[in-house]
Write a protein that binds this ligand. Structure first.
Ligand code: NAG
Ligand code: NAG
Ligand code: NAG
Ligand code: NAG
Ligand code: NAG
Ligand code: NAG
Ligand code: NAG
Ligand code: NAG
Ligand code: NAG
Ligand code: NAG
Ligand code: NAG
Ligand code: NAG
Length: 491
């Protein structure tokens, strides 16, 4: 799910930027000439920075031409009066000391993400005016309890992947103007969610891949402007508060991979703008009730897999008009028929592993026009499902650990396939594949898992597979010498 999370974060981040960025310096026609008291700290800064792409090499940092107006320097933004209000030195592999920045008293935006600074930032409390602070990817480690405590103008804070540990100062989550907080990917950072007051401005809260824990407070329902809530890969437990159904601006909601218990209240599905609802890999139980207005929902991605959910999957879910990715695997739902999903015309991903599934004898109407990923591992299937023949966009197919017998049919090899897992089935290949038939185009695979099958000879089609990265033929009945053509250079 990591790639998935990443792509979603990327998508939301770009949406989010367009919401958060409208701070521009005052638009006037006065010349903005750098003031002396602004130029001096910048020169100090340049003096103390060096370029350090790795730990074995470093060189002097000479980004700025001292003979020019400092307001024109790369990464420096001034207001109309020549005060430095923004510094963006992100992704430059810089190291050294940046303390002279604290002498720029009008600084509002500071972006030092993607450098190799190794320091604590307790001194930040001295900047007045600071509204946006981005330090992702530096080794900061420790935040003192009073970090940013008086930053009443702070709007946006990003400290992702800063190797933070210890306790996160809760007060930051309650700063009066704060709209965006990203402290994700600091897996040793501990913290709890506070009681959120009614008047708050939070739009985005990203705490994933941290060691935040505790229960989700009912007052989370007070974050009424929230569009993005990413709390996956943390240690939250207890029920999902019903008050979340009040967050009517929510677009991305991800609580997967925690220890949440209780049931999934179906009002979550009625949030009008919601596109991503991820609750998988928790300890959620019970039946999901039907919900109204499924046809006006915007939900595109739904992950409720790997919980202890029971009962039938609600018909309302099968009517979500925009649903593209559905992950319900690893639950104790009652037996489902694959036909149930056929209304979902936009479905690209369908994961049903370890779900009691009936695929009825081949019905020509059973087709998912957009399907790219089908995973039906451990579903007690006894034959290759015929509808796969009509899935011309299928890239990823997992039929492993079923009770499929016999020879793999030629029609299974859709030319779009890249990753195929047929392991743990009693299957073999025909002696010859019609590889020279113009109507038969065998896919170029990157991953092929044929472990623990009943395969009696090295499959000859592997000769042409020049993109294979992963090949598993373990635990079969193959005898004799390993042919040279099996050693693909891509493996
Ligand atoms: C920073 O360092 C990384 C890894 O050492 C390198 O891939 C990247 O190109 C460098 N970026 C700059 C701007 O020097
Ligand atoms: C460190 O960076 C220098 C200059 O870019 C490069 O020559 C050297 O190979 C790099 N060393 C490592 C271990 O990446
Ligand atoms: C940061 O600096 C401290 C003390 O100088 C050092 O112990 C630590 O290893 C450094 N961390 C990194 C990631 O370089
Ligand atoms: C925050 O402001 C209060 C009241 O002005 C002050 O007493 C306190 O020292 C400040 N704390 C920090 C860390 O600057
Ligand atoms: C995570 O937090 C718990 C306490 O809530 C603590 O026992 C555990 O050691 C922490 N793990 C890490 C990796 O910091
Ligand atoms: C939603 O908000 C309203 C008013 O703000 C409140 O009365 C109601 O209890 C909230 N619903 C839930 C489920 O918290
Ligand atoms: C269903 O949607 C309609 C129009 O979008 C709205 O008027 C109605 O209140 C919704 N019903 C429920 C139960 O949410
Ligand atoms: C399938 O799910 C059951 C519980 O529903 C669980 O006991 C079993 O370990 C799962 N099997 C696999 C292969 O994941
Ligand atoms: C085939 O599937 C479609 C859609 O699920 C259904 O409407 C139709 O009755 C099925 N036909 C047969 C013969 O089962
Ligand atoms: C598969 O069949 C076995 C044996 O009948 C049963 O125990 C298991 O629950 C079934 N698995 C699923 C996912 O239905
Ligand atoms: C290939 O397909 C076309 C159209 O379906 C058919 O007319 C032709 O006979 C096929 N060729 C072979 C060798 O099967
Ligand atoms: C395994 O393959 C052998 C031939 O190689 C065949 O005789 C046997 O029936 C197959 N076993 C199963 C369970 O299909």
């Amino acid at each position: 799910m990591d790639t998935l999370h990443f792509l979603i974060s990327l998508f939301l981040f770009s949406c989010f930027l367009s919401l958060v960025l409208p701070f521009s310096p005052p638009q006037t026609h006065l010349p903005k000439q750098c003031l002396d008291d602004q130029r001096a700290p910048l020169l100090q800064l340049q003096h103390h920075l060096y370029y350090a792409p790795n730990f074995t090499f470093s060189s002097k940092f000479d980004l700025w031409d001292v003979n020019t107006d400092c307001c024109s320097w790369e990464g420096v933004t001034c207001d109309a009066y020549g005060h430095v209000v923004g510094i963006d030195l992100s992704y430059k592999n810089l190291s050294g000391s940046f303390h002279s920045i604290f002498d720029l008293h009008r600084l509002q935006h500071l972006n030092l993400a993607g450098n190799n600074f190794n320091t604590t930032v307790f001194v930040w409390v001295h900047i007045s005016f600071l509204s946006k602070l981005i330090l992702d990817g530096n080794a900061i480690s420790y935040l003192p309890p009073n970090f940013l405590v008086n930053s009443s103008r702070l709007v946006s804070l990003s400290l992702s992947a800063c190797n933070l540990n210890g306790q996160f100062p809760t007060g930051i989550l309650l700063l009066p103007k704060i709209q965006s907080i990203d402290i994700s990917s600091n897996d040793q950072l501990m913290g709890q969610l506070p009681e959120f007051p009614v008047n708050n401005a939070l739009l985005s809260l990203s705490l994933h891949d941290t060691n935040f824990s505790g229960k989700l407070p009912h007052s989370i329902g007070n974050l009424k402007f929230l569009t993005n809530l990413e709390l996956y890969y943390c240690n939250f437990f207890g029920p999902i508060p019903s008050s979340i159904a009040n967050l009517s601006h929510l677009v991305n909601f991800d609580l997967s991979s925690n220890k949440l218990s209780g049931s999934i209240h179906s009002s979550l599905f009625t949030l009008p703008l919601l596109k991503t609802l991820y609750l998988g890999e928790n300890q959620l139980v019970g039946k999901i009730d039907e919900f109204p207005n499924a046809s006006s929902s915007s939900i595109e991605r739904l992950y409720i897999g790997n919980n202890y959910l029971t009962g039938l999957i609600p018909k309302s879910i099968l009517q979500l008009p925009s649903l593209e990715r559905l992950y319900i695997e690893g639950n104790s739902f009652s037996t489902m028929k694959l036909d149930m999903f056929v209304q979902l015309n936009n479905l690209r991903t369908l994961w049903l592993n370890n779900i009691s599934l009936l695929i009825e004898s081949d019905n020509r109407s059973l087709t998912f026009p957009q399907l790219e990923s089908l995973r039906v591992r451990s579903c007690n299937l006894t034959e290759f499902p015929g509808f796969i023949n009509r899935q011309d966009k299928l890239v990823d197919l997992d039929l492993s650990n079923n009770h499929i017998h016999g020879v793999v049919p030629n029609w299974l090899w859709k030319s779009s396939l890249s990753r195929v897992d047929l392991s743990f089935n009693m299957i073999d290949f025909p002696k010859q594949l019609p590889l020279n038939d113009a109507n038969f185009s065998f896919p170029m695979l990157t991953e092929l898992n044929l472990g623990s099958c009943n395969i009696s000879a090295f499959p000859e089609f592997i000769k042409t597979q020049d993109k294979l990265v992963v090949l598993d033929l373990s635990n079969n009945h193959i005898h004799g010498v390993v042919p040279n053509w099996l050693w693909k250079s891509s493996l």
